[in-house]
Design a protein around this ligand. Structure first.
Ligand code: CTP
Length: 227
């Protein structure tokens, strides 16, 4: 039997990049390594939660005691996350593509001397859709990677996507973000802003889960208070 402060909770974590295919040999991806999401899944399972990890194309081993579904594109990640419902907590650590090619050509096109113009369309926003879904998890947690005005942009995302908590990090500086072993996060919710780290991602994952557990407790108390 599992023990730990997250025992009895089902947590879905998305992690890594997504690949949007353009032609059979080219795709659009990003630099997310998946380490933060995998660290969150590892920490949550170690604390007794039932964890479903929805992983984009990353080269990382499945953490002990974690169930895993591998996906490639943003559309596949959307489908896998919704198929994993119901859950108590959703942690959207994946760097999901915001755009996907309007058309995928079946054959590899030959290069020409002129410029190449491609048309992209928006992907569906998993976090934003989940936050207003009738099966909404009790806690919806997002990540934000920002290059400047980290707190302002992240708070805007928290409100716009109707999240309970957002973990923001500055990308493009050494010692933080996508390809780094360490990370520093700003946690933003309705109660205020807290700084976590810099620290190894494994340690940050536990600190972030402490905040998630506290946020969940507040929600239960609020629900009790309002009948
Ligand atoms: N996300 C998602 N579905 C998408 C895109 C993003 O669930 N189609 C989630 C990510 O998992 C992450 C958060 O949204 O938790 C990141 O927000 P996003 O709007 O993608 O941030 P940016 O790409 O930085 O967007 P912007 O250009 O608006 O800053």
């Amino acid at each position: 039997m599992s023990t730990g402060d997250l025992c009895g909770l089902r947590i879905v974590v998305s992690a890594g990049t997504t690949y949007e295919d353009m032609v059979p040999v080219h795709f659009l991806g990003n630099r997310s390594s998946g380490h933060m999401g995998f660290a969150m899944a590892t920490a949550a399972a170690a604390r007794g939660a039932e964890v479903m990890l929805i992983a984009g194309p990353v080269q990382l081993a499945t953490p002990e005691g974690v169930m895993r579904t591998d996906v490639r594109s943003a559309a596949q990640m959307h489908a896998a996350v919704f198929a994993a419902l119901p859950c108590d907590i959703y942690i959207g650590a994946a760097a999901v593509a915001d755009y996907t090619p309007a058309q995928v050509s079946a054959s590899k096109s030959k290069k020409s001397d002129g410029p190449l113009t491609l048309t992209f369309v928006r992907t569906r926003d998993i976090l934003a859709e989940l936050a207003v879904d009738p099966r909404r998890p009790r806690l919806v947690v997002g990540f934000a990677a920002e290059t400047d005005d980290v707190e302002a942009y992240a708070r805007d995302k928290l409100v716009r996507k109707k999240l309970d908590l957002i973990a923001a990090n500055r990308v493009g500086v050494p010692g933080s973000g996508f390809e780094s072993e360490d990370n520093a996060l700003l946690l933003i919710d309705a109660t205020g802003t807290r700084a976590l780290g810099p620290a190894p991602k494994t340690q940050l994952a536990h600190s972030l889960l402490d905040e998630v557990a506290a946020g969940l407790k507040r929600k239960f108390l609020d629900a009790d208070r309002h009948g």
